[in-house]
Every structure is written in structure tokens, then in C-alpha cells.
Design a protein around this ligand. Structure first.
Ligand code: NAP
Length: 556
């Protein structure tokens, strides 16, 4: 291999995807002095917040804990309107960040990657987009997201529907007018639960098709007050410290007690307080043993069931809405205000699919075992091919014939939830085994920060190839498999196990060790000489591939 071919890349760092994770990765790459570029499939930036534009799509993590925390100036400049922002504000924020840090000229939109192949001889990646453009890059950061490939249910005749059919995760840019329409929503996860109350007051009829009831609790949103915003600004360093170190990546104050510290009456009072708490605080600020002690979780579930019975007027509907097959938190719960209340409206009804399954969709509507209903609009809130969906569809091939589309058929194997043996110089922060069940951007930031520390180390020490060893990957995967049954999100009938996608292997797709294990195992690698064999030295002129001057391309 000649020195010339060794340097023959267009950019040092190629980021795929310009969502929350990709924007940060691009920022870090440019800030670190690498030539860098991002390819984005959408016609705009934002990732999930570009595609999920259904009515009332919003954060259920507090806006200021989900947004970026790497810049105090940015934190001060963007004044979130609500504790939990809606999609339009989030999309504006992400565009603001892109412009604020001068990233836009380095992002090429409308470029869906169709193949990413590692050229072992040249030591670089050859990435091809749907338009036929090719980018050669030393390092690839695939920030393609865990929730970016919409999953449509396998229902006979789905394609024959002549009304409007839209997936919540691929919602049209032209707003849909629901006024006076007959609407079906299939799915009652966070997306379906958000959509129902958002449209119930304007539609002629809306039917929610529910397969598995969920422990939905109120979001308890509020405007972000000036007092709160000022407090956050004044305590920025402490906010960053908590968000960067707490297991959940949230700011919520833990309860500081076990269920056994309280009497039954005190517990009841505590559950009332939890019910009115914001978003994920119902998990993070609950009793320490809420997710480990089955009895206390059952008690809390009974409290929630009573709430549902108290809200929903029709007792039969109320019973159908109460989960019977999983504890609170075992599946990722939706946090949505007004969801159960919607079923009291005369134009809303619940179709319980376990009792009356869908037989088919036809030109005019949906037929269940109960009969046929006509619709103008069907909203598929049926989730995503979680974790692996994007990576296995992108034509990723590494060394020794590794092909993600087939090698991950039995479940993903990786190291750190962002890299894999036989995939040199390829990182996928936010991928499978990435999130630990906490605040998603905080986990991804941990991964990206480690990746850039690693690239910096490589540049300083004359390495041009990083690839976790088989042993490092095995240790990580053993941790995943050992701790998965102990994860709070342990219900196997969940997208965290791939169970919502017909035919997908059921493997746990989160990091059950959370942040603590992530950092422990990453530190173990990065504190060992040469990262324990994960680095191999540049094979030509030492560090030749790393200086910005040495690349042949420009950052388009
Ligand atoms: P989801 O949680 O995977 O829920 C999908 C829903 O569709 C479930 O109710 C599922 O039923 C149902 N479903 C799937 N296939 C079906 C079929 N063939 N027939 C009938 N029902 C079917 O998807 P999601 O609601 O889009 O949420 C996915 C993730 O996106 C969330 O976990 C969250 O991380 C994120 N999200 C966040 C927010 C937010 O507030 N920030 C909002 C939306 C989404 P089963 O339960 O029976 O499988």
C-alpha cells in the first residue's frame, strides 16, 4: 500500500445522520480539527424530530435535559418554552444549533446511505448514497438512531387502503387536517398515546386499536418559568454534573427512601405525589425498590389501575385499558396527559385487539372479528425496528466478510453499544445496547465523548485503526446477557427485545448495565496500553492519515 492510497480519503470523519446524535458528533469532529462531513437522508436536520411530526409529538424528557449541554452559551441562548417541548420547537432548536456552530455547510441532506464498505487494503470506508455519490472516510460515525426505521404492522390488505395512511415516524410535512375525519390509530405506545388526545376534539370519530395496554401516566407538562430557567442558568455546572453522572441522565431528585420506610398510608400519599410528578420522575424519583420489589410494584400498579378506573367512565373500557401482563416500568411507559380522558369523549372508542383482532385492511377501512369500520385516515403508531433497523439496512460490510444485514440476524454483537469487532473505524453511537433506559441523548453523549477521546488518542499516538478485539466484545456481550434479566425494562414483549417486529429475533437491545457499566468497561479498555489491542498502528507514515492537511478531499 502506498502512502498516497493511505491518505486517499475525502474526509477524515464521516457522520451518517444529522439528528440529535449526528449533530453533536459533527460538532465534535470539526471542533477537534478533523475534516468532517455529515450525510442525512432527510431533506432537513433533526433525525427523529424531523420525521416524527404528528400532532403533539413532544419530548417526555425535560427539554433542557434532552437538549445539548456541551455549551453554556447555547444553554443560555435557547429559551425553551415548555418543560416538555413539542416537535416544531425541537426541530427549530436543532436547526438553531446547526447554524450557531456553523455546521450547515458540512451537512448534505437528501443523501440516504445505501452502502458502507470497509476497504481493508486502503484502510478506509467507502460510503455510497442513493444518489450515487461516494465518500471515502477514515472514520465513520453512523448516528442513524435506534428509532429511525418505522415498523408497519403486517396486516393483510394494508396497501389497499384508499384513504390516508401514515406512520407516526414518517409523518408528512404537509399538515394533515383531521377536522371531521374518521380516524384509526393502531398502537398505544408513546406515539399513539400522544396522538389520540391531540386530535380527539376535532375528529368525527377516532378508534384506538390497542394490542397490549400500557401503564400510561400523565406527563404533567408546564410552561418553563422564568424562575426555573434562571435557576438552570445559574446552576449550569451542577446541572451538567448531574446529567452527566446520574444513572438515568435526568435531573429528578431521587425519593431517597425504600417502600419499607413508609407506612401504607404514607405510601399512598407518596404515590399521589408521584402521579403528579413530571415525566420519567415516576420511575427515577419513585421508591428505590419500585423496580426491584415485585410486591411494591404490584401495589403501585393497583394504585394506577384505580386512577384509570377513576378517570374512564365506562368500566369495561377502563378494565381493557389496565395492563395485566407487565409491571410498571417493565415496558417503556408512555407519559401523556389526557390519554385516558379521551375515551370519555363520545367520538372516541377503544378496540381491544386481543378480543377482536384485525382481520384485514381494505380500501375503505379496517375489519376486525367484530365487524368493519370505515376510515378517512389510518395512523400507524406501531413503533420502529428498534436498535438494529437502520444499521442492518445500510449495506454495512467490514473485514473478513462481515455483513451486518446477515451477521446480526441472531441479534447484534458489539462493544460499548457503538462499535464492533471486524468493523474497524466504524462507530454507531445510540445504536443497539447503547441506551441504558435513561435519557437517550445523555447516554449517546457519553459514547461520542469516548469516541472522540479515542480519535484524539489515535491522532496523537500514530494509530489509524481502531477495532474492539474479539475478547473485548465478548466481555461486553456477556455483561449484556447476564444483566438483561435484571433490567427494569425486562418485559420480553417489548420493542426493547425486538418483539414488535414480526420475525425479529428476541434479544435485549438496551445496555442493562447502564452508565456505570458503560464507563467501567470503556475505562478498562482506554486505560490499557494501546486500548488492549484495539488499536493498530498506521501502516505507512505514522499518523499520516490524521492531520487535516493530509487529506485529499474537502469537507463538503
Ligand atoms: P412502541 O412503543 O414500540 O409502540 C408500538 C405500539 O404499536 C404498541 O402499542 C404495539 O403493541 C403496537 N403494535 C405494533 N405492531 C402491532 C400490530 N401488528 N398490531 C397492533 N398493534 C401493534 O412505538 P412508539 O409509540 O412509536 O414509541 C417508540 C419509542 O419512541 C418509545 O419507546 C420512545 O422511546 C420513543 N418515543 C418517545 C416519545 C416522547 O414522548 N418523547 C414519543 C413517541 C415515541 P404491543 O405493545 O402489543 O407490541
Amino acid at each position: 500500500m502506498s502512502a498516497e492510497s493511505h491518505n486517499d480519503v475525502d474526509v477524515e470523519v464521516l457522520v451518517i445522520g444529522a439528528g440529535v446524535v449526528g449533530i453533536y458528533a459533527l460538532y465534535r469532529a470539526i471542533d477537534a480539527g478533523f475534516t468532517a462531513q455529515a450525510l442525512e437522508a432527510g431533506d432537513g436536520v433533526g433525525g427523529v424530530w424531523y420525521w416524527n411530526r404528528y400532532p403533539a409529538a413532544r419530548f417526555d424528557s425535560e427539554s433542557y435535559t434532552y437538549g445539548y449541554i456541551f455549551s453554556k452559551e447555547l444553554f443560555d441562548e435557547w429559551r425553551w418554552k415548555e418543560e416538555f417541548a413539542t416537535q416544531p420547537e425541537i426541530e427549530s432548536y436543532l436547526n438553531f444549533v446547526v447554524d450557531r456552530f456553523g455546521l450547515r455547510s458540512s451537512i448534505r441532506t437528501g443523501q440516504r446511505v445505501v452502502s458502507a464498505a470497509f476497504d481493508d487494503d486502503a484502510g478506509h470506508w467507502v460510503v455510497t448514497t442513493g444518489t450515487g455519490d461516494v465518500v471515502r472516510a477514515r472514520w465513520v460515525i453512523s448516528a442513524t438512531g435506534g428509532l429511525s426505521v418505522p415498523h408497519y404492522p403486517e396486516i393483510d390488505g394494508l396497501e389497499t387502503f384508499e384513504g390516508e395512511g401514515h406512520h407516526t415516524g414518517a409523518w408528512p410535512h404537509t399538515p394533515i387536517d383531521f377536522t371531521g375525519k374518521r380516524v384509526a390509530i393502531i398502537g398505544n405506545g408513546p406515539s399513539g398515546a400522544q396522538l389520540l388526545p391531540a386530535i380527539v376534539d376535532v375528529v368525527e370519530q377516532v378508534d384506538l386499536y390497542q394490542r397490549t395496554p400500557t401503564w400510561t401516566t400523565p406527563l404533567n407538562n408546564a410552561p418553563l418559568s422564568d424562575e426555573r430557567f434562571t435557576w438552570l442558568q445559574q446552576n449550569f455546572d451542577e446541572v451538567v454534573r448531574i446529567l452527566s453522572t446520574s444513572p438515568s441522565g435526568f435531573l429528578h431528585t431521587p425519593a431517597g427512601k425504600f417502600s419499607t420506610d413508609d407506612t401504607p398510608e404514607e405510601r399512598r400519599e407518596f404515590y399521589e405525589k408521584i402521579w403528579t410528578s413530571p415525566g420519567f420522575a415516576k420511575l427515577t424519583a419513585n421508591y428505590y425498590d419500585m423496580t426491584t420489589n415485585r410486591e411494591v410494584n404490584l401495589e403501585f400498579c393497583e394504585f394506577l389501575a384505580e386512577k384509570i378506573r377513576g378517570i374512564v367512565d365506562d368500566p369495561v373500557t377502563a378494565e381493557r385499558l389496565i395492563p395485566k401482563d407487565h409491571l410498571f416500568g417493565a415496558k417503556r411507559p408512555p407519559f401523556v396527559s389526557g390519554y385516558f380522558e379521551s375515551f370519555n369523549k363520545p367520538n372516541a372508542s377503544l378496540i381491544a385487539l386481543r378480543e377482536t383482532p384485525i382481520l384485514r385492511i381494505d380500501a375503505t377501512g379496517i375489519e376486525t372479528t367484530e365487524g368493519h369500520r370505515d376510515y378517512d385516515i389510518i395512523a400507524y403508531a406501531t413503533g420502529f425496528d428498534f436498535g438494529t433497523g437502520a444499521l442492518t439496512r445500510m449495506g454495512v460490510t467490514g473485514r473478513e466478510g462481515l455483513d451486518l444485514s446477515t451477521d446480526w440476524e441472531d441479534g447484534p454483537t458489539d462493544f460499548g453499544g457503538f462499535s464492533a469487532h471486524l468493523l474497524p473505524n466504524f462507530f454507531f453511537p445510540g445504536g443497539p445496547h447503547g441506551a441504558g433506559g435513561g435519557n437517550y441523548p445523555r447516554y449517546s453523549q457519553d459514547q461520542i465523548d469516548w469516541i472522540f477521546d479515542t480519535l484524539d488518542y489515535a491522532r496523537s499516538n500514530g494509530y489509524d485503526r481502531f477495532e474492539p478485539t474479539a475478547a473485548q466484545q465478548e466481555a461486553w456481550m456477556t455483561m449484556i446477557e447476564t444483566l438483561a434479566p435484571r433490567s427494569i425494562f425486562s418485559a420480553e414483549h417489548s420493542h426493547y427485545y425486538g418483539a414488535n417486529v414480526e420475525g425479529k429475533v428476541r434479544k435485549f437491545l438496551l445496555n442493562p448495565g447502564g452508565r456505570a457499566k458503560l464507563h467501567e468497561m470503556l475505562d478498562e479498555v482506554s486505560s490499557t496500553a494501546d486500548y488492549g489491542g484495539a488499536f493498530t498502528p498506521a501502516r505507512e507514515i505514522v499518523a499520516a492519515g490524521f492531520t487535516t492537511e493530509s487529506t485529499s478531499g474537502d469537507a463538503r
